[in-house]
Design a protein around this ligand. Structure first.
Ligand code: CO
Length: 210
């Protein structure tokens, strides 16, 4: 059997098992999705959003890219965010990074990754913004861990800078923004930070005409 054929076989088994446990599951899911969460995570294959959070189909709306970035010119991210906030009306947005992230590691090196440089540049900017706090760590692996955590916090802040979030915060007490980091070595998530409508943003990023 070819490697990809295994996936199709697994799928048949998974579908049959799901129907056995809940005969109407797909009928129900096909009609509507009402997820409470938007997950912005890394594309890394070892960090599957639903598996590590024990969520079922229909519970979590997912966007993944290299190093879980919120880049304000990324139309893909913005479309997902707009849809999740204004149509699905999610209550919580989770930015989840992970230790030993290859994207963040690449940003700490001087290696030329070609087209990927353009994406990684955004992580280098986080490093530059927090250089003192990162370089304060004497060990290379501690510097990487620190940048991974600060990068998550910076992406939460990037969400708060968008007019999509600010407009929703002006009218409703949602969404709550969460910054988490996942540990590949023990499978555990550590919460790092939170932001909500009650928090104040640097006035430089606040819109007054929403
Ligand atoms: Co990663």
């Amino acid at each position: 059997m070819k490697s990809y054929e295994k996936l199709l076989k697994n799928n048949k088994e998974w579908s049959a098992e799901a129907i056995k446990n809940d005969p109407d599951v797909f009928k129900r899911l096909a009609e509507i999705q009402t997820p409470e969460f938007l997950w912005i995570g890394c594309s890394d294959s070892r960090v599957p959003a639903d598996r590590i959070t024990g969520t079922q189909p229909g519970e979590i709306f997912v966007h993944r890219n290299i190093a879980n970035m919120v880049v304000h010119t990324d139309i893909n991210l913005l479309a997902v965010l707009e849809y999740a906030v204004n149509f699905l009306k999610v209550k919580h947005i989770i930015v989840c990074g992970h230790y030993n992230c290859g994207g963040v590691k690449a940003a700490m090196s001087s290696h030329n990754y070609g087209i990927i440089n353009k994406w990684i540049r955004n992580i280098k900017d986080v490093y530059r913004t927090h250089r003192d706090e990162i370089d304060y760590q004497t060990k290379e692996e501690d510097r990487l861990d620190k940048l991974i955590e600060l990068n998550v916090q910076e992406q939460v802040l990037n969400l708060a800078k968008t007019s999509i979030i600010q407009k929703c915060w002006k009218n409703e007490q949602r969404p709550y923004l969460h910054g988490w980091v996942y540990n590949l070595e023990d499978g555990l998530i550590k919460p790092l930070c939170e932001m909500s409508h009650a928090d104040h943003l640097d006035p430089l990023y606040e819109f007054d005409d929403l």
